[in-house]
Design a protein around this ligand. Structure first.
Ligand SMILES: *Cc1c(COP(=O)(O)O)cnc(C)c1O
Length: 395
């Protein structure tokens, strides 16, 4: 289904729509990479942990990568043992380590302190390793840079190099890239790892190269294939990648309806039935999502605004070929990753309905109700267990 057909068929708004063809194309691109390089592929579920996405990904991947106990449990429900579930997080908790050990096959500890404290508790049931900070900053925005000064992410590479014994360290976990469309950072990072750690890499069983690359969109896959083949043959390790955005980023769209249009200080403002709370990175990082209807040279600019009380709840100013009217639908494209998972119901505005667009049309896979909002905020007996039915309104 193309966007025009999806828009025409969509029965409700706002809607988060997953384009199944795009999702499968991304998974096929990763399978292709796997075939040529021998890399093992994990889907990093934090970008969109929707069970349907996990089910779609399952046949194409070697497992899932997770950041918490809840994610590990969800991944394990979709992928029974012995399927691979790999975890790394700076937030390991003593009260969860046992449960994590039961669900995860691999854990990359974020610090030597956590490794020393928790690896012995796991008692050989999990393949344990370390997240390493390669100290190679290649990002201009420190908010995304795991190698920033005073980083909280990973064991500094020089500490790993000077560590006398690597006993108990079966793998290394790297992740220092963000939405990259080439492999320069990867090859530079691996060069540094080899320079600093040398033949000690032979002692490892696995190296996890992290996420942060838009694999399917990279034209020349040679550097990746060569790097992975080299790791495997030279050091005898398994190589993993754990993409999130490369799996779902371009496969998800947020569709909204124009609720109101008016002029404000000489500019047109269109209020939508969605808000930046359905895609918080728009506000957090002042990002402007691609809009399907935008016409760069169109004569009708309008500020697309969210429906909450926050003055800065704005998607930005876009140009249109015709004036926007109440009831028009607009599509924020390629917002599949890190949108729905961060979405909230601020102002009591409901979350979007979730659809899968496939060959047979649109399938609504989830709708959120007043009951769910109420359950989130109801404390004990302050309100009765069941919501009062509103006789005047059918919901
Ligand atoms: C977020 C994250 C990923 C996935 O990153 P994408 O940019 O979505 O590919 C993989 N590994 C680690 C350690 C992460 O923090």
């Amino acid at each position: 289904m193309n966007l025009r057909a999806i828009k025409a068929a969509l029965p409700s708004s706002p809607a988060f729509v997953i384009d199944r063809d795009a999702l499968l194309a991304n998974l096929l691109a990763l399978a292709e990479l796997k075939k040529h390089s021998g890399v093992r592929v994990l889907y990093s579920i934090k970008s969109l942990p929707l069970s349907r996405v996990l089910q779609e990904a399952k046949p194409y991947v070697d497992g899932f990568s997770v950041s918490s106990l809840f994610e590990a449990r969800l991944a394990r429900e979709v992928l029974p043992k012995p399927g691979g579930i790999h975890l790394t997080t700076p937030g390991l908790r003593p009260d969860e380590i046992e449960a994590l050990g039961a669900h995860c096959t691999h854990i990359g500890f974020n610090s030597l302190s956590q490794f020393r404290r928790f690896a012995p508790v796991l008692d050989g049931k999990v393949s344990t390793g370390l997240r390493v900070n390669p100290k190679l900053s290649r990002l201009n925005d420190v908010r995304f840079d795991p190698c920033r000064r005073h980083s909280k992410l990973g064991v500094p590479i020089e500490d790993l190099a000077s560590l006398e014994s690597w006993q108990g360290i079966a793998g290394l976990h790297l992740h220092n890239s963000f939405s990259a469309t080439g492999y320069t950072t990867l090859t530079e990072t691996l060069q540094k790892i080899e320079d600093c750690l040398g033949d000690r890499l032979e002692q490892l069983e696995w190296i996890n190269l992290g996420g942060g690359y838009l694999y399917g969109g990279i034209a020349d896959q040679r550097p990746f294939i060569d790097a992975v083949r080299r790791l495997r043959s030279r050091y005898g390790v398994s190589a993993y990648i754990e993409p999130g955005k490369a799996v779902v980023g371009n496969a998800g769209h947020l569709i909204a309806t124009v609720l109101d249009v008016f002029e404000s200080d000489g500019k047109t403002v269109a209020v939508l039935d969605t808000s930046v709370n359905h895609h918080p990175e728009v506000f957090e990082y002042q990002r402007r999502p691609d809009l399907a209807e935008a016409a760069p040279n169109g004569g009708y600019p309008a500020i697309l605004a969210g429906c909450t009380c926050l003055a800065g709840d704005l998607f930005g100013e876009y140009r249109f070929a015709a004036p926007l009217a109440i009831g028009d639908k607009v599509v924020f494209k390629h917002v599949g990753a890190y949108s729905l998972i961060k979405a909230n119901r601020f102002n009591g505005c409901n979350l979007p309905d979730i659809y899968i667009a496939g060959n047979d049309g649109l399938e609504c896979v989830k709708q959120f109700s007043y009951e769910e909002f109420r359950n989130q905020w109801r404390c004990g007996r302050d309100l009765p267990e069941d919501a009062k039915k509103d006789a005047a309104v059918t919901v």
